[in-house]
Unconditional design. Structure first.
Length: 257
């Protein structure tokens, strides 16, 4: 095990799932990568990976008494290990978010880089857990003042649990967004550098429609290239599997946010 990252943002729809899979595929050239859809209330990673019909998902692992083995929810896709989550509201209600600790600890023992596609809302127990468990966060932003301010709240919040910022990703950037001024500011306010500026891309939408990660669907698209550069900038750190697994198992889950 090397490192666990939470891919997080203040609000939904910023591109967390797109980014998780793009970073994952890019890092898979060098590392054994596992991506987990830890956004258990608004799961959509399954749609980005053609796993809409997956028989077993993270939800099954989070429901007490199901007795599902972690391995049964792991799918080899696009050079990564992918753990999708289901979209049933009933399963979400039944799921015990605290069980994510053991699932992540088990996965951590057998991979180099763990990417947790995290929920947006910082308001519930299940939403905070990935950020609490991760070593560091990658914060996905859009180039607007409200998005920066949301991202700073995520950072502040993550830091209160000892989770530092690995870097920021600006997604869906258009030519006229004055991005240099925005990234200059971001580099001052965030604990990690701007890893990438990802352009608004028709291919990203088409990839989602095709049920494939962007880097599989359109590897030469400018957005794919920008994600690969971002992955290269991410300085993955060494960590001992056992220490990480222990930390996950013993993590204190906050009752209130
Ligand atoms: P989240 O997981 O944060 O809710 P998604 O990754 O699912 O966000 O992205 C939300 C929507 O925006 C998806 O339809 C996705 O295809 C689209 N999208 C993501 N990144 C881009 C981009 N760079 N350009 C255009 N569309 C994008
Ligand atoms: Mg998502």
């Amino acid at each position: 095990m090397v490192e666990a990252f939470a891919v997080a943002s203040g609000k939904g729809g910023t591109g967390k799932t797109t980014s998780t899979l793009a970073l994952g595929m890019a890092l898979a050239d060098r590392y054994d990568v596992t991506v987990v859809d830890a956004d258990t209330g608004m799961a959509n990673l399954l749609f980005h990976t053609g796993l809409d019909d997956a028989a077993v998902t993270l939800h099954d692992l989070l429901i007490e008494g199901e007795g599902t083995a972690v391995d049964d929810a792991v799918y080899d896709r696009f050079g990564m290990k992918v753990v999708p989550c289901g979209t049933s509201l009933a399963a979400f209600r039944e799921a015990d978010p605290e069980r994510l600790r053991d699932v992540v600890a088990t996965l951590a023992a057998d991979t180099d880089v763990l990417l947790l596609d995290s929920p947006a809302a910082l308001g519930s127990k299940s939403a905070v857990l990935p950020v609490v468990l991760a070593d560091r966060t990658v914060i996905v932003l859009q180039p607007t003042v409200p998005s920066l301010s949301d991202g700073l709240k995520v950072q502040e919040y993550a830091r209160s649990y000892g989770t530092e910022t690995a870097g920021t990703l600006f997604n869906r950037v258009r030519d006229d967004d004055g991005i240099d001024r925005v990234t200059d500011r971001a580099d001052r306010y965030f604990g990690g550098e701007t890893l990438g500026v990802i352009p608004e891309s028709d291919a990203a939408r088409a990839a989602r429609q095709a049920g494939e990660p962007l880097l599989a669907h359109a590897p030469d698209d400018p957005a794919s290239r920008a994600f690969r550069e971002a992955a290269n900038r991410l300085d993955v750190r060494d960590g001992a599997s056992e220490a990480v697994a222990d930390r996950f198992r013993s993590a204190v889950v906050p009752d209130e946010v």
